[in-house]
Design a protein around this ligand. Structure first.
Ligand SMILES: [Zn+2]
Length: 494
């Protein structure tokens, strides 16, 4: 039975708030999340959806009142049988492509990317053709360079592609004859605007090469948008099926379906299969409640309109309201439940190195750079990541970027605590330096970081470095004393 939750529920509605908090906990805890999305997630980017009153179908009718055509017919494979409908289709696609080009990813796209950054995303499947997932940083099934058809590479492809575009990508074109797949350029768009499809460059060059050697010319195909229309097979359908089977076998623990009316047959099937696999991971009602991972095994549907009755045994929660609003709430809860994930995020975004950050979180070591925390100002001194055995950030710009992570003290309670703990150590380090007054290069505020770059540094440095410097400095002192003694002895002798 589907439970409906209003994302705008008043605070007094404690049961709804509790259920929403439980779903946030699932997002924070689950590790193999499958996300399925539709046009609803891109609405806030200014891209119209298909079925609503101001959606694409309604827009088509408004723009082409003389053409007797239902909106849906414009996205049906049969449109290519008629020249007028083909021209209207090309012209309309060119307009849609232009509005997509100027759109930026919504918070929902960023959220999916964040799940992937944390290695929590098993896979994202989308009906959308706008490619905004790629703009958000996810490798998509249509991304340049991914190729399903290379033998023996399918495993690599499956691992790397994070977002499967079930209905293709409007930012690409495909030849109707040789099926070559190319990026959709401005030149193509100008041709589509006129309702004329461009010739395929691959077919053209093959044919011209034959003509040059006096052979018969070959047929030249035309380019069409690389999107999948109704009643049309996906050119990568078999491979997508294999990937879906692999994902089901990996036992996904949470399914989030967002911004789709769940009307398309293929998508219905996909969602039901994933839901079955996800429910199989739910804690057993007869098992020990202590061991039960109560956050596992949920199917969550986020959409303005409710799902039909056929979904009552499939969908556990229908979250009613704006998707971006729910994303904001989940993100806020997730930050609170697992602040360490957000430290990882910051480091990952800045350095692009997930492993370093993750190991630190798990081993509960001091945060990198904590040795350099300011004892007085309350804000730690900017530092590069310093940890024996780890490689140095490769460029000055990366070192500079890592500063922001530790300056952001308000971002998590744990971070504030960790930094506070290190103040004492930093103070001791500073005292030690002042008392011995034995590190001349620190007096002018410069020190050399362990990776050899000169770095503005008001008298503090990592402890290990301080100790080794102390030895370096003491040795010449001892030597000079010995030398002085020797000189005195010589003088006495003489
Ligand atoms: Zn071709």
């Amino acid at each position: 039975m589907t439970v409906t939750l209003d994302v705008n529920a008043p605070v007094a509605e404690s049961s709804t708030r509790r259920a929403l908090a439980d779903i946030s906990l699932s997002v924070a805890k689950c590790k193999k999340i499958v996300v399925v999305t539709g046009a609803g997630i891109s609405c806030s980017c200014g891209i119209p959806d298909f079925r609503s009153s101001d959606g694409l179908y309604a827009l088509v009718k408004e723009q082409y009142p003389d053409v007797v055509m239902k909106g849906r017919d414009l996205f049906d494979a049969s449109l290519f049988r008629d020249q007028t409908s083909t021209s209207v289709f090309y012209s309309f696609i060119s307009q849609l492509k232009r509005s997509i080009d100027s759109a930026s990813p919504a918070p929902t796209h960023e959220f999916i990317k964040r799940l992937d950054n944390r290695h929590k995303l098993l896979r994202s499947y989308t009906q959308n053709i706008d490619g905004l997932e790629e703009k958000a940083g996810l490798i998509c099934s249509s991304t340049q360079g991914t190729d399903l058809n290379i033998k023996g590479k399918s495993k690599l492809w499956a691992d790397e592609v994070r977002n499967i575009q079930l209905h293709g990508d409007i930012r690409r074109v495909r030849c109707t004859f040789c099926s070559v797949d190319l990026p959709c350029t401005e030149e193509h768009i100008r041709m589509f605007e006129k309702g004329v499809p461009p010739d395929c460059p691959e077919c053209t060059s093959r044919s011209e090469a034959r003509i040059a050697r006096s052979a018969r010319a070959l047929k030249v195909g035309s380019l069409r948008p690389a999107i999948v229309l109704y009643d049309e097979a996906h050119p990568m359908g078999d491979d997508i099926g294999k990937i879906q089977s692999q994902d089901i076998a990996r036992k996904p623990d949470l399914l989030i379906v967002m911004g789709t009316s769940l009307k398309v047959h293929g998508l219905k099937k996909l969602v039901k299969e994933f839901a079955k696999a996800v429910h199989a991971t739910a804690p057993s009602p007869t098992g020990s409640p202590k061991r039960a991972k109560r956050w596992q095994g949920k199917v969550v549907f986020v959409n303005k309109t409710p799902p039909g009755s056929e979904w009552s045994d499939v969908i556990d929660y229908h979250i009613m309201g704006e998707i971006d609003q729910w994303i904001e709430k989940v993100t806020e809860d997730w930050r609170r439940i697992r602040p360490s994930d957000w430290e990882i995020q910051q480091t990952l975004d800045d350095d692009g190195n997930f492993k370093i950050a993750k190991n630190k979180g798990k081993s509960k070591q001091k945060p990198p750079g904590a040795e350099n925390a300011s004892p007085s100002g309350g804000i730690p001194f900017p530092s590069i990541i310093i940890k024996p055995g780890l490689s140095a950030p490769s460029s000055p710009s990366k070192r500079r970027q890592s500063i922001s992570h530790y300056c952001d003290l308000d971002s998590s309670p744990r971070k504030r605590r960790d930094v506070a703990k290190t103040y004492d150590k930093a103070s001791k380090c500073l005292l030690f330096v002042d008392a011995t007054n034995s590190i001349p290069q620190m007096e002018d505020g410069f020190a050399t970081d362990p990776f050899g770059s000169p770095f503005k540094h008001p008298g503090r440095r990592p402890r290990t470095r301080t100790m080794s410097t102390e030895m370096d400095i003491k040795r010449p002192r001892a030597n000079s004393t010995t030398l002085r003694k020797k000189r005195v002895e010589i003088a006495v002798k003489s």
